[in-house]
Design a protein. Structure first.
Length: 391
């Protein structure tokens, strides 16, 4: 079983320079492959595969254009992987799974430095506090003991190094032994996701909306302040006529932009950590099944009054990570149709209250007099729903 581990690293200044240079080269080659394919398709009406483009680039284009020799000065595995990523983007476009591949922008793209274990001699060693990466050497880990070490017999297949908001991360893929499947309890859990509370479970557990906490509100207030400063610097750059003043303003823009990125990244890490802990608590109860509603997130995002609140809840990330955890624990993840009236259905008698409003937070059945919290009633109905699909 292959399992990925991601943690922050503490590279030296020289290692940071190598990582940034490799990422920049990979971004250039990715965009070059897109432009080359578009040109060939318009002239010859054919598609160039990633393998053919790599051969043409190394054996024909670079030797005839020595000004692009810097492409070969970085890790060749990273460059080839960026070409294959572009080919995969084209394949998804041809299969109608995605739109036409977009250009990778310098400051707004998720490009990574790829490394791989080629043979038994080129091992990627990992110790408790450091990791040996090809072309970089030994890199110190900030979180010690998180990645399984080579001393214990674990083999790292491949990995990537990425940079986000001035911080560097490594993600490695390790061959792990199959764990024994845990014994599950004979009950299920229904989970009702929402905006007021992040999740309300049928076992009585309620996960609050972390975006309403004072800590998040203070960070968002600080983010708004820093974004205003960045906007004013852009306006100042437009008005400046003196070239020297313009250069100084650009340096200040870079510094301010990094401040905004760090705040965005910090907020993202807090929300992701909250989701991970919620999933861990859910799965460790060892239920036989977990039921979720197949929400129409794209439709919810069209509501301009709720779109920001829905985006901050990260429903898709929650569902994706919960799916993987359920597979690991052999828990059945059930998806109920989005049109199932989980909130309008009375759990006690089965009566449907069609005139239920969004402002009605307490469900009161007009037939049997049953009273319960609206979201808790929905979670009970989801738990006992018999029409579902397996994720």
């Amino acid at each position: 079983m292959l399992k990925s581990f991601k943690t922050e690293i503490n590279p030296t200044a020289e290692q940071k320079h190598k990582v940034n240079r490799t990422i920049g080269t990979c971004r250039f080659v990715y965009n070059f492959y897109l432009a080359h394919n578009r040109k060939i398709y318009e002239q010859e009406n054919r598609f160039v595969s990633g393998y053919d483009f790599s051969i043409w680039l190394n054996n024909d284009y670079i030797p005839n254009n020595p000004e692009f020799a810097w492409i070969k000065e970085v890790s060749s595995k990273s460059v080839k992987q960026s070409i294959m990523n572009a080919q995969k983007a084209f394949k998804n476009f041809f299969d109608k799974k995605a739109s036409f591949p977009k250009w990778k922008k310098k400051n707004n793209s998720d490009v990574k430095m790829y490394f791989v274990r080629t043979d038994s001699k080129a091992m990627i060693f990992c110790e408790r506090h450091r990791l040996k990466i090809p072309t970089l050497g030994w890199v110190r880990l900030k979180e010690k003991g998180y990645i399984p070490t080579s001393k214990d017999g674990y083999i790292i297949k491949s990995g990537t190094v990425s940079c986000k908001a001035g911080r560097y991360y490594v993600s490695v893929l390790i061959e792990m032994p199959e764990n024994e499947k845990p014994v599950l309890n004979n009950f299920g859990i229904g989970v009702d996701l929402g905006v007021k509370d992040f999740a309300v479970c049928s076992n009585g557990k309620v996960y609050k909306n972390i975006n309403k906490s004072s800590h998040i509100r203070k960070l968002e207030k600080k983010l708004n302040r820093e974004q205003r400063r960045l906007s004013r610097k852009y306006e100042s750059l437009k008005k400046s006529k003196n070239n020297l003043k313009g250069e100084v303003t650009r340096q200040n823009i870079r510094k301010q932009k990094l401040k905004v990125q760090k705040l965005h990244h910090r907020l993202d890490c807090i929300r992701t950590d909250y989701i991970n802990k919620a999933i861990s608590e859910l799965v460790k109860t060892k239920p036989m099944w977990i039921t979720l509603e197949d929400l129409n997130i794209r439709g919810m995002m069209k509501n301009r009054h709720l779109s920001k609140a829905v985006a901050q809840q990260k429903f898709f990330e929650f569902r994706t990570k919960l799916t993987e955890k359920c597979k690991e624990y052999s828990i059945e993840l059930r998806l109920v149709d989005r049109f199932y009236p989980s909130s309008k259905l009375c759990y006690n008698c089965g009566c449907v209250k069609s005139d239920l409003k969004l402002s009605d937070r307490i469900y009161v059945c007009s037939e049997c007099g049953y009273m319960a919290d609206r979201d808790f009633n929905a979670s009970l109905n989801l738990r006992d729903c018999l029409t579902y699909q397996i994720a």
